[in-house]
Design a protein around this ligand. Structure first.
Ligand code: AMP
Length: 383
C-alpha cells in the first residue's frame, strides 16, 4: 500500500476537478462549504463548475503542459465526468494524488471494458458481444437474439450512440452509424423498472450506500428519480451488488450503479459511473450527507458521512426544451414551498441539455413525485 493511498486532505486543501459541468458545480458547493479550495479544468470558460470554483482553467484535456501545470496547483484531483482521456489523469498523477484512480476511469469510460470487467467479476449483466463490423453484427444477432440494443463501445451517455434492433431490421443499414467505432450488441432486457445505487468507498475500504432510487427516463435521458425505492428485499440486493462492484474496482470515491429490475425480481447491472450521478441529485436536499459531500469525503480520505434520507423526495430534470417559449416561470415553481430549484448557470438552453432540476419533498415517495411533476409543469404554465 503506497503512502499516497492513505493520505488525508483536510479542509483547507485544494481539490482539482477535471470537467466543468453541473456535477462539478454541486461538488464545488459541497467542498467550499467545508472550507476546501476548488480548481476546475475543462475546455470551456464560465462553466457551471468554474462559476463556483476558486480557479478555472480552460484548456484541452490533451494539452500536457496545461494538465501538468493544473495538477501541480492542487493537492488531490478528481473528475466529474468520465470521458476524459486516461492519459490526462496519468499526467496529473505525477504531481498530485488522483482519486478515483485512472484505472477506474479507464474501465468505466469504455462500455466493452466495463462489461468485461463486470463479467469477469461474476456480476450479473445482460448478455453482450463485441462487434466491429457489419458481418460480426450479423453473426452476433442469432447469439444474443432480438430485440437487442446496439451501443457504441465508448463515449456514449444519455442513450447517445445506441439503437434498438428489432426482428426484420436491415442490419447493414443499422450498422452504418457504428462503422469504424466498435460496438457492443446487448440483449434487450424487459424490465419492471430502472433503479440506481450510489456507493462510496473510503481510503480504508469502508462502504456506504445511499437509499436506492427508482428512475424514469424520457427519450433515453433521466427524467424523474424517486427515493426511497420502497422494497427492502430489492434494496438489500441492489446495495450488495453495488458494494461488490466498488470492491472489485478497488474504488476510492463515489460510484453510481444503474440497474434493471426484471419481472422475476432479479437485478442486472446496466452501467457504472465513477462519480456523482443525476439520479443522486435529490441527496443534496434530502440526505444527511449529499452524494457530492460523500465524493468529497472519499477523495479527501475523510470518514464517510451518514446517508439517511431525511424525507421522501423526488427529482425532475429541467431540460433546455422547457425554454422553447421563453424563460420558464420560476415564480410558479417557487410557489411550491416544498420544492427546491437548482439551476446550473448554463447560458444556452438547447433541447435535451440539462439546465437544472427540481427536488420536491413529500410524506410519501408518490406525493413527492406528484409534487415535483406539478412544479415542473407550472414552469411552462401547464399546471
Ligand atoms: P444507457 O446509455 O446504456 O444507460 O441506456 C440508456 C437507457 O436505454 C437505459 O436507461 C434504458 O432505459 C435503455 N436501455 C439501455 N440498454 C437496454 C437494454 N439492454 N434493455 C432494455 N433497455 C435498455
Amino acid at each position: 500500500m503506497s503512502a499516497d493511498s492513505q493520505r488525508v486532505f483536510p479542509p483547507g486543501a485544494t481539490i482539482g476537478v477535471m470537467g466543468g459541468g453541473q456535477l462539478g458545480r454541486m461538488f464545488a458547493i459541497a467542498a467550499r462549504r467545508m472550507g476546501y479550495r476548488v480548481h476546475t479544468f475543462s475546455p470551456d470558460e464560465d462553466t457551471p463548475t468554474g462559476q463556483l470554483a476558486d480557479r478555472e482553467v480552460a484548456a484541452s484535456y490533451e494539452d500536457e503542459a496545461a494538465v501538468r501545470e493544473f495538477a501541480r496547483g492542487v493537492d488531490v484531483l478528481t473528475f466529474e465526468f468520465e470521458n476524459i482521456p486516461v492519459q490526462c489523469i496519468a499526467w496529473a498523477a505525477d504531481h498530485c494524488v488522483t482519486r478515483p484512480a485512472g484505472r477506474v476511469l479507464h474501465i468505466c469510460q469504455h462500455r466493452l471494458r466495463e462489461k468485461e470487467f463486470l463479467d469477469q467479476a461474476g456480476l450479473p449483466l445482460a448478455p453482450f458481444i463485441h462487434v466491429s463490423t457489419a458481418g460480426e453484427l450479423a453473426a452476433a444477432v442469432p447469439e444474443i437474439g432480438l430485440p437487442a440494443v446496439l451501443k457504441t463501445a465508448s463515449f456514449g451517455y444519455d442513450g447517445k450512440g445506441q439503437r434498438k434492433l428489432q426482428p426484420g431490421d436491415n442490419l447493414v443499414a443499422a450498422w452504418a452509424p457504428f462503422a469504424g467505432k466498435g460496438a457492443v450488441l446487448e440483449g434487450f432486457v424487459p424490465f419492471e423498472c430502472e433503479l440506481s445505487v450510489l456507493v462510496a468507498r473510503g481510503i480504508d475500504g469502508a462502504l456506504r450506500t445511499f437509499p436506492i432510487t427508482r428512475n424514469a427516463h424520457a427519450n433515453h435521458i433521466l427524467d424523474v428519480t424517486v427515493a426511497p425505492f420502497g422494497d427492502e428485499q430489492i434494496e438489500a440486493a441492489a446495495r450488495e451488488l453495488a458494494c461488490a462492484v466498488a470492491e472489485a474496482l478497488d474504488l476510492v470515491g463515489l460510484l453510481a450503479v444503474e440497474m434493471f429490475l426484471r419481472p422475476d425480481g432479479s437485478l442486472l447491472i446496466n452501467e457504472l459511473a465513477p462519480r456523482p450521478h443525476n439520479s443522486g441529485h435529490w441527496s443534496f436536499d434530502a440526505a444527511v450527507t449529499s452524494q457530492f459531500e460523500q465524493q468529497l469525503r472519499a477523495v479527501c480520505g475523510l470518514p464517510l458521512g451518514a446517508t439517511d434520507l431525511l424525507r421522501p423526495a423526488a427529482m425532475a430534470n429541467l431540460l433546455g426544451d422547457l425554454w422553447t417559449n421563453g424563460e420558464p416561470n420560476w415564480a410558479a415553481a417557487a410557489a411550491f414551498p416544498e420544492v427546491k430549484i437548482h439551476l446550473y448557470g448554463k447560458a444556452e438552453p438547447r433541447p435535451g441539455r440539462k439546465m437544472g432540476h427540481l427536488v420536491a419533498f413529500g410524506d410519501t415517495p408518490d406525493e413527492a413525485e406528484t409534487r415535483v411533476r406539478a412544479a415542473r409543469a407550472a414552469l411552462t404554465g401547464l399546471a
